[in-house]
Ligand binder design. Structure first.
Ligand code: DQA
Length: 147
């Protein structure tokens, strides 16, 4: 069987996700962002994926990274945090880059406050995984292996 070349995936995390582990553990669990990165690195290796894992609290930084992604990766796994529900700029950026973006949320925003029921990212995402905690990021890797 021909060997599949390594695919590159950008994993982007938005605001407040650096606080995972201590932030509302009843909603987001006790897993830290560093734990998630470790779990993803292990799984990525089994799928011939190479991941670049980043977090920013700044909308413009996330947009710059999305633009840059066009030059070097095949897909993006993106938890945009609260910008999911507010950012037309992220919608525009994802539309512009024409890369498959897999939207991930630890919690299920539809089971929470009504202001979380709208996502500006979902209409331009290839698909959405939400409500499965940190495991959702691993599911997203399986999806990323398709691109
Ligand atoms: C989140 C859900 C968002 O509504 C929230 O603002 C977050 C985290 C999640 O992963 O469940 O910051 O994206």
């Amino acid at each position: 069987m021909a060997e599949r070349h390594t695919r590159r995936v950008l994993v982007l995390n938005g605001p407040n996700l650096n606080l995972l582990g201590t932030r509302e553990p009843e909603v987001y669990g006790a897993t830290t962002l560093a734990d998630i990165e470790r779990m993803m690195q292990e799984k990525a290796a089994t799928l011939s994926l190479s991941i670049e894992f980043r977090q920013s609290n700044h909308e413009g930084q996330l947009i710059d990274w999305l633009h840059e992604a066009r030059g070097w990766c095949e897909s993006v796994i993106f938890n945009p945090g609260a910008y999911t529900h507010t950012s037309v700029a992220l919608y525009d950026a994802i539309k512009a880059i024409e890369l498959p973006v897999i939207e991930v949320h630890l919690s299920n925003p539809h089971a929470r406050e009504s202001f979380r029921h709208t996502s500006f990212v979902s209409p331009v995402a290839r698909g959405v995984i939400q409500g499965f905690g940190a495991f959702g990021y691993l599911m997203a890797l399986e999806a990323a292996a398709q691109f």
